[in-house]
Write a protein that binds this ligand. Sequence first.
Ligand code: AVI
Length: 318
Amino acid sequence: MLKQEIEDGDVTLADPMFRSDVLRGFEVRPRAIPARWFYDRRGSELFEAITELPEYYPTRTETAILLAACPEVAALAGEGRAVVEFGSGSSTKTPILLRSVKPGAYVPIDISGDFLRESSAGLAAAFPGLPVLPVEADFLRPIALPPQIADTPKLGFFPGSTIGNMIPHSSVDLLRAMKASLGEGSMLLIGMDRIKDEQRLVSAYDDAQGVTAAFNLNLLERINRELGATIPTHAFRHRAIWNDDRARIEMHLEAREDIEFAIEGRPFAMAAGETIHTENSHKYGSRDGRILLRAGGWTPIAEWTDPEGLFAVILAEA
Ligand code: AVI
């Protein structure tokens, strides 16, 4: 039986997908749990804190690129497109785009109804008169968009280098699904983090204040909270490593000592030094992003980067 989670006075059952991903994640070798499970309320708050860390350059760098590039995006895309954002609208980046492109509608898509309602309400208040049409869905698959925008050309928006959290095979599938959702004549504005020196990359994912460590360890706390597990979280440490062969930062949780614990009464053991792989964050060389887009069925038409070449924003057409 699933353990009941009590939060803010609400009683909710643990997500069955979370449960099966966690149990499987501890059974397989190497152990691995999908990064999407980081984002409970606490995890989302910690991620927000990460975006403000001095070491975490992607958010502020992409924001600066968008501020400079959006007037050009508007000139290339033309007015009146429906802006379709994949993932709940970020408080700072989305308004930059919406102010420039003068959209006919804004369609945020997110699997979490809570984030969707919060971001939609905020954007609707900031842009009076703009139709905001939220869609609660998993954007990894093609989505039926609201009928009100059936005849409106679309501009997809996928900032943050979130694509980097997918392995290449899945990221190509995602780009194809986006093209199927947005339709012919659509455009896509996407952020991709660049390959850079290893020390800079590693410190962005292993910051001095330990916020990223807390974000990673919160996954274990979430498993304890929601699945009634007995994982001794203090017996784990956060690891961020650059995997050069695969061009990605990997996050792992490493057991500091031999441990035994239970998840829903099922016994598990880990020896000191064994790890759980919790996230991949792929980085792209100067041409890689455009190759990836072409593999996913998109034709890149413009690309912007910051003076240091840390991050890129690419505009592509279907
Ligand atoms: C959401 N995603 C793009 C972040 C990244 O940089 O891969 C998640 C993250 N993980 C640790 N720090 C940030």
